[in-house]
Design a protein around this ligand. Structure first.
Ligand SMILES: [Zn+2]
Length: 159
């Protein structure tokens, strides 16, 4: 026959076979040696000292521990949360376009087109670049008064 009593050291509720009454055992909760009390004494003590703050605290602690041991499901939830947050963040970013015309990236003698576009893509980040489309356009060259056809790119991205 089993009966329950509280460890005199840590107040943990313990279950023991009645044949163990009076013998010295190690408390499985706090690992301290104690003597198993007789069931009657336990019952008398349990009434007035049943709800001290320390007992509640240690019992609550136990309640928190149990779900952790059952934990694979909880572990999955923990892993899933950052992914969902990341996805939400990604959706927060609006789809935008940025058009680069080569003529806009030129200084007097030098073409900075590749540098400018590379720097832009670096800033956006590879995972947010949706597409890069070549474009052609015509502009009037101020020096020659001629219409010139040139190229550029249109970048669709999230940002
Ligand atoms: Zn104990």
């Amino acid at each position: 026959m089993d009966f329950t009593f509280n460890c005199p050291n840590c107040k943990q509720e313990l279950e023991v076979d009645i044949t163990a009454v009076g013998s010295a055992v190690d408390c499985p909760a706090c690992n301290r040696k104690m003597t198993v009390p007789s069931p009657d004494i336990t019952r008398i003590r349990a009434a007035p000292h049943g709800q001290p703050a320390t007992t509640d605290a240690s019992r609550e602690e136990k309640h928190f521990v149990v779900p952790l041991h059952e934990g694979p499901a909880e572990h999955l939830i923990t892993k899933t949360t950052p992914t969902l947050e990341f996805a939400a963040k990604e959706l927060d970013k609006k789809i935008r376009i940025q058009t680069f015309r080569r003529v806009d990236t030129m200084t007097v003698n030098k073409d900075h087109f590749d540098e400018v576009v590379s720097a832009f893509l670096q800033k956006v980040g590879q995972q947010y670049v949706i597409s890069i489309t070549p474009i052609t356009y015509t502009y009037k060259d101020l020096a020659t008064e001629h219409y010139v056809t040139d190229y550029g790119v249109m970048v669709v991205f999230r940002g």
